[in-house]
Each structure stands twice: as C-alpha cells, then as structure tokens.
Design a protein around this ligand. Structure first.
Ligand SMILES: [Zn+2]
Ligand SMILES: [Zn+2]
Length: 252
C-alpha cells in the first residue's frame, strides 16, 4: 500500500485548494486536486486522486502507486476514457487491454501513475463515438468514421496530463508509450521525460487479430470482422509476440 500519511494528503489538498494559474495548452486548462483516497484493486493497491478543472465538469483522475510526490523517474501511463472498452469490454477497440496492462504493470512496480483522462471518443464524447461506430456498421470507411470520431488536436490532452503531473509534484517521468512523439509533446509542457517504457500487451484471444494481420496503412488494423479498427488511444498497441517488422510499421 502507498504510504501517504493523512498529514501529507492534507498538505496537498490545502495547497490545491487555492490553486489558480493561467493553465496549460491552447485552452488554458487549470486543474486542481480535490480528493485523495486509498484504492485497493485487482491490479494492486493504489491511491486515487480526483481533479477538477476550470473549463468543464470533466473529473480527471490519477491512479497512483507508491511514493510519487517529489519523485524522479516515475513510470506514467496516459489513458483516455473509453466507456465501451474499459467498462463494457467492447472488442471494437483495445482500450481495456491497454488499461489493464498498464494498471497491472504499475501495480507490480514500486511506484507509478495511470492518468485516466476523461476524453471519451477522442474528446467528442460517447454519443458521437457511437455515431462513428454506426457509420462503420453502415459500411462507411475509416476516413469518414475518423472524421465523425473527431480526430482532435492532441495538445489539449497533454496539457491536462502535464498539469496533473505538476500538481502531483512529479519531478521526472518514464513514459509508458509506444509513440516516441508523445514524449516531445509532453516535454513542451515542462514535463521531464527521462525514458520511454514500451507498452506491451499480453496476447489473448481478443487481440489475436493484431498478430495475425499485418498492420495496415496509416496505423489502422483490420479486426476479426474484417473491419478497420479505429485507434482510440493515442498510441497503437504492441502485443507480446508481434513481429519486429509489424511493430516498426505501426509508426512508419
Ligand atoms: Zn493551474
Ligand atoms: Zn476504446
């Protein structure tokens, strides 16, 4: 179990209570920590940190393990909310596999953080995501579905994530990602990234299509119903046993 004392938690809450700044990113989002509690889970013993922000009512969350305050080299994973995948176990995306792998890995480490960012459907919300799924069901291609899915400027997420890391007083991180570009984008908001940890998912019956099909153009994959698979998390998955050339082609 993480060993925060009640005094440490109170200190953080007191500091955040009056926090106000110009915010980060184009939207000037400022977040503050509202509450912290223990969160034992099937993936390990964590604390959960709830944030509010000055722009909308999205309650972003940090799942933290171990001593991360004022800490260096903290393993961090950014996860974008996906109700259909994370909660319901939808196989239209691999969000749940990605989230579970991150929680499991960090649960086994001394310390680490999963930032759970409330930006369902790449920020356009659940209803629009379902609309995009519906368009795909009707045979529209991924370009049209992607447009409906509102491919957004990624900066906003990284800005919120960066502010959350600053609020948590994290000095430097090791980012769990398969996308090296993400590092420079976080660094742009003042996060010190000392290392990249590849995010490798265990292979299972649900992600076998990634192993059986070559990564298609523009990072899309064909799923086992023969449909192109829309990437909902900001980096493509690497599955245990995936051949080198396939891993390479994801970002080429
Ligand atoms: Zn702020
Ligand atoms: Zn998803």
């Amino acid at each position: 179990m993480t060993t925060f004392t009640h005094e440490q938690i109170q200190l953080i809450l007191d500091e955040n209570c009056c926090h106000e700044c110009e915010g980060m990113g184009v939207d000037g989002v400022c977040v503050k920590i509202e509450a912290i509690a223990e969160l034992p889970s099937r993936f390990g013993d964590f604390h959960i940190v709830a944030f509010s922000n000055n722009k909308d009512n999205k309650e972003h969350v940090a799942i933290i393990k171990g001593e991360i305050f004022d800490s260096e080299d903290v393993p961090v994973r950014l996860h974008s909310e996906c109700l259909t995948g994370d909660v319901i176990g939808s196989l239209r995306c691999d969000c749940r596999d990605q989230l579970e792998a991150a929680l499991k890995k960090i649960g086994e480490m001394d310390k680490g953080i999963v930032l759970y960012l409330r930006q369902e459907g790449r920020g356009i919300g659940l209803t629009n995501k379902v609309r995009a799924y519906s368009l795909q069901d009707q045979g529209l291609d991924t370009v049209e579905a992607n447009l409906a899915l509102g491919f957004r400027d990624d900066e906003r997420d990284y800005a919120v994530a960066a502010h959350m890391l600053h609020s948590l007083k994290v000095r430097s991180i090791r980012l769990m990602t398969n996308n090296p570009k993400k590092i420079s984008q976080l660094e742009q908001y003042g996060v010190k990234v000392n290392e990249r940890i590849p995010h490798i998912l265990p292979s299972n019956e649900h992600n076998r299509f990634y192993l059986e099909t070559k990564a298609a153009k523009s990072g899309h994959m064909i799923d086992f119903h023969g449909k192109e698979h829309l990437p909902e998390q900001s980096d493509a998955p690497i599955i245990e046993g995936m051949p080198e050339d396939q891993i390479k082609s994801i970002y080429d």
